[in-house]
Design a binder for this molecule. Structure first.
Ligand code: SAH
Length: 271
């Protein structure tokens, strides 16, 4: 290989890959192939241990939180992707769920394009749809919800100039799926009630969807905080707000069997 990193033939490719919500059998065929063939995989913790530990240690680089708890900066990750590609590597940037749902995939793609690095995007099952799905909650339903909104719960809803208009969301009558919303759950559930949403509106909180330790807690907008605390829900978790959250009740006897099968699968897997 020549040392001229500026010619197309020498530059590697970066694949922005979604891992799905954590169950390795929910990786796409393409994601699995790329994990097996890439020279190096940059990841954070979100894809979960089963997927991450299936990658040989020598081929993975953690660009999530560092040992001290400090987050690797986005600039570092952006630059590292370019550096590795320019060294001729086939690089996978592995992200939990789908790369473009609150995943900063957009920023990375723009950076790669600006740097002239070839890239390809590989969608994954987002936790925002697949998570509720495996818990028996359809994000839309002909009788209960004709729209769905995906929002970040990371922001303080009472903050001046908050980017999320909870009042408008309350008025849609559709499903609201909150990502990164464990900590601020008291604030946004209160905000929605202040905006006139019925306190009896069903909610569900799903932690580590599709992983063996998945937990689902259900309640109402009014009891959401108690529900979260009683179940000791920790991130990563999603909150589903809307009539569809009650669907789970009607199908729960079947879901238990599915969860059982999933755990069996996991114990049978060498991961
Ligand atoms: N790109 C990801 C979302 C990244 S933001 C996706 O498409 O799923 C991080 C948030 O995703 C977490 O705070 C949590 O709200 C959600 N999340 C990701 N994986 C999850 C899982 N397996 N179970 C529950 N929530 C999950």
């Amino acid at each position: 290989m020549s040392n001229n990193a500026n010619t197309d033939t020498d530059t590697g490719v970066v694949y922005l890959v979604g891992s799905g919500p954590g169950d390795p059998s929910l990786l796409t065929v393409k994601a699995k192939q790329l994990l097996e063939t890439a020279d190096i995989i940059l990841h954070d913790k979100l894809p979960g241990p089963a997927i991450i530990e299936s990658i040989p240690e020598s081929k993975r680089e953690d660009v999530g939180k560092r040992a001290g708890g400090e987050r690797t900066s986005q600039e570092y990750t952006n630059d590292r992707l370019v550096e590795l590609a320019e060294a001729g590597k086939t690089v996978v940037r592995l992200k939990g769920g789908d790369p473009f749902v609150f995943g900063r995939g957009g920023e990375e793609m723009e950076h790669l394009a600006a740097a002239g690095v070839p890239f390809e995007t590989v969608p994954g099952i987002t936790s925002a749809i697949g998570g509720p799905g495996v818990a028996g909650i359809p994000v839309t339903h002909r009788e209960h919800a004709s729209s769905v909104s995906f929002v970040t719960g990371h922001e303080d809803p009472t903050k001046e100039g908050s980017a999320i208009d909870w009042e408008a969301l309350a008025a849609t009558g559709g499903t609201i799926v909150v990502l990164m919303g464990v900590g601020k759950l008291p604030a946004y559930t209160a905000e929605l009630q202040d905006a006139g949403m019925d306190p009896e509106t069903p909610i569900a909180v799903i932690e580590r969807a599709t992983r063996p330790s998945m937990q689902v807690a259900v309640g109402t907008l009014d009891t959401a905080v108690d529900v979260r605390d009683e179940a000791e829900i920790e991130p990563p978790a999603i909150t589903i707000i809307g009539e569809v959250a009650a669907t789970r009740e009607h199908v729960s006897h079947w879901l238990e069997q599915t969860q059982h099968n999933r755990s069996e699968l996991d114990t049978n897997e060498d991961i």
